[in-house]
Design a protein around this ligand. Structure first.
Ligand code: FMN
Length: 217
């Protein structure tokens, strides 16, 4: 049995377009793989530890090759728990809105906890940075009110998809499937329905690809 970790970064529950499309993907995946486990995290509902004080100082202690102090170790346990929960999954689905051209603050908070030296990446002065979350596929659903298609005048405003891809590649992902749901706020209601229908069809296809891709631990 393998585990699909599904991470939701919209607080809009059943009004969220990114959640709607990602749920279609997760449901299609479950139909094809009824024995797999799906773990769902809603980043606006789960408890994310503050990343300051002793937790933050632990990151610097690790970076400088020093032993964390007892309070730092205590604060770090919550960080480790979130990293372990992430790393033990086999496949991933992430859904995120665009907020002010980037990602919602709770997803940034999650990345700030997740992306840690020695856990999700390593550094070597000769070979540089290396991602440690390898051999597993991820699908990301991006929803945006406007349109940022490559080659258009607004393409360079998109700090959402390039940033998420960079963060995921940095920690080792090489197989990243993407669905862009846009525009969710402009156009007639018929046009908006078409945007969602197209994205849901893509979600079904990607669900099958995710399921078929072998996972290497
Ligand atoms: C705080 C906030 C900031 C937003 N910023 C942008 C933006 O910069 N560009 C854009 O196209 N849409 C923006 N939107 C619109 C959302 O991207 C759009 O409603 C999208 O569908 C949200 O995803 P969701 O439906 O999954 O929640 C913003 C919405 C909110 C609530």
């Amino acid at each position: 049995m393998s585990t699909l970790l599904y991470i939701q970064a919209s607080p809009r529950d059943n009004r969220s377009k990114s959640t709607l499309v990602a749920e279609a993907m997760v449901n299609a995946y479950k139909q094809e793989n009824p024995n797999d486990q799906v773990v769902t995290l809603n980043l606006f509902k789960m408890d994310l530890p503050e990343f300051n004080g002793p937790a933050l100082e632990t990151k610097y202690a690790i970076l400088h090759g020093q032993n964390p102090t007892t309070p730092q170790k205590e604060a770090w346990k919550k960080v480790e728990w979130i990293i372990e929960q992430f790393k033990k999954a086999d496949r991933y689905v992430l859904s995120t809105p665009m907020w002010n051209f980037g990602i919602p603050y709770r997803l940034k908070h999650y990345f700030d906890i997740l992306i840690q030296p020695g856990y999700t990446f390593s550094f070597d002065s000769e070979t540089g940075y290396k991602g440690l979350v390898t051999g597993k596929p991820i699908a990301v659903v991006y929803a945006r009110g406007g349109s940022y298609a490559p080659g258009t005048a607004t393409a360079s405003y998109d700090m959402q998809k390039p940033y998420v891809e960079l963060a995921l590649q940095f920690i080792g992902f090489t197989s990243i499937h993407s669905i862009v749901v846009e525009p969710t706020l402009h156009g007639s209601s018929q046009e908006q329905t078409l945007v969602i229908e197209k994205a849901i069809k893509q979600a079904g296809r990607i669900a099958s690809e995710l399921a078929r891709q072998p996972v290497i631990h």
